[in-house]
Ligand binder design. Structure first.
Ligand SMILES: [Zn+2]
Length: 69
């Protein structure tokens, strides 16, 4: 998986307002750290949780495919 290229001006994920990359909050809707991406948003623990969720989904699909044969 490759990371999407960071736009020159980050936009808020909620309302789409252009915000400064180092802004603490969106000026329009108040979302915390709207310019943050990936690990900045999730943090280390969140990334591991996401990886674990992907693994669980993968194993469930694998189990369904194995049972369907
Ligand atoms: Zn916003």
């Amino acid at each position: 998986m490759t990371a999407a290229p960071q736009p020159a001006t980050p936009i808020c994920a909620v309302c789409g307002t252009a915000v400064a990359a180092d802004a603490d909050k969106c000026p329009s809707c108040g979302l915390t750290k709207p310019g943050a991406r990936g690990s900045q948003v999730l943090g280390r623990q969140g990334l591991w949780l996401l990886a674990a969720m992907f693994l669980v989904v993968y194993l469930v699909v694998l189990g369904i495919v194995a049972l369907a044969r």
